[in-house]
Design a binder for this molecule. Sequence first.
Ligand code: KIV
Ligand code: ZN
Length: 530
Amino acid sequence: MSNRDPNRVIIFDTTLRDGEQSPGASMNLAEKLEMARTLEALGVDVIEAGFPIASPDDFAAVQAIAKASTKARICGLARSLKGDIDRAAEAVKPAGDRARVHVFLATSAIHRQFKLNKAKDEIVKQARDAVAYAKTLIDDIEFSPEDASRTEPEYLAQVVEAVIEAGARTVNIPDTVGYAYPSDYADLITYLRKNVKNIDQAVISVHCHNDLGLAVANSLGAVRAGARQVECTINGIGERAGNCSLEEVVMAMRVRKDQFPGITTGIDATKLYGASRLVQSITGLPLSRNKAVVGDNAFAHESGIHQHGVLKNPECYEIMTPASVGVPTTNLVLGKHSGKAAVEKRLQNMGIEIPEADMPKLMEAFKTLADKKKEVYDGDLIALVEVAVRGKTLTIWNLDWIHSSAAAGAGVGAAALATATVRLSKGGEAITDAATGDGPVDAVVKAINRICGVDGTIEDYRLRAVTKGGDAQGEVSLRAKLTSQDQTVVVGGKGLSTDIVHASAIAYLDAVNRMGFQVGRLDYRTGASG
Ligand code: KIV
Ligand code: ZN
């Protein structure tokens, strides 16, 4: 790729594809579109928008993103099968000359034997044919030899050479199972650069999973060895332990310029925090407080010695500033007398743009909160945007009200005395039901299950106080295991309220409302030829 800037690293975001494969991270169409808009504003070069053959919803989402996009390349994933490639090409077509199809086929010995039951030569031929076919439909083709890091290097080189010859202009070297070690992985990139005779005709890409916590380290090592595309996700979400985290890999290259001389990306780092919050909000997957770059504690200094040092000079303990990654630092307090202009200004300062049409909804939620809570902080506002504006996109069941009570004390049977009465409505019909449970949240869950006809339990539950103080809003993020009509799925949900049982009810119902998006989807790892 001769006219590319050799120092520019292409950021390929796969939050909407690999990221969405995290259990419980499914997103609806409106959420995917919002995510894609945010990724474009962040400056990612390529958005892998989904796996179009997986389901009609996936196809529709990739196509809608391709239509709505303005800057980024839009990519659809396909196994090395004609049907997959046709679907992917059709879905990304509206992106015009920014359309990309990403074809993959496993190459490692273990995948050859147990998943594909194919010989080496057959795989080379299938990969070459798939790329050549895809090239007749779309010009920009990427190929991934799945499980590349566990593939014999000589054989990998042979596959890579064949797909470049067939027209692939990006060759991705996935560490599919997160097994690679930074120096070995960098050596593999160096090996391919030396031993694939047409390698200069393609960009080398890396795609690292985080099973050993090495996804970012491996990606960085590969960039130093000459890879020029990094595949990553916001907050590192993805299959199993996740993918390389976009915010970490980008900030590592930026903060450690000494290790990456001249290297640039197109990322506007001041939008990283907003993008991270959006992913948390949409997927309901919470971040650990100590997550690098965007975690709640990433810039918090607890010990007196650290606080003293930071006050004298932040560089004593901070290698990047909160502002450089978009963490809100000013806490101009809003209250019930603050108007739309003040709210909008605060949001703009945090890099959050709200469509005009959504402002009335946000202001209504703001006034309700300001009536309950004297001071509304930046964190409150972000949470309101997430729930009041973004969270209402998929409502099937509405929560009208709940009433819950729990027995106090630790006497025998006390916990089981918790009761909840819940009223839900759907399309003009309202249903009220009641249940008892081991505590008020359990009772609410059981009442919701009865009304919605699902069998569900909470698998993971987290409560976070959005701001400080006794009147702080509680944000509940949970993952629910839900079964309906013989299908079981794990779905995330989120709720916000000054009352934690109410926040839990909202979050659980959010998960129930989302479950439809996970049922009946094709897993891209299934299928003997893929
Ligand atoms: O992890 C992986 O190998 C993948 C491929 C489809 C690129 O996600
Ligand atoms: Zn992957």
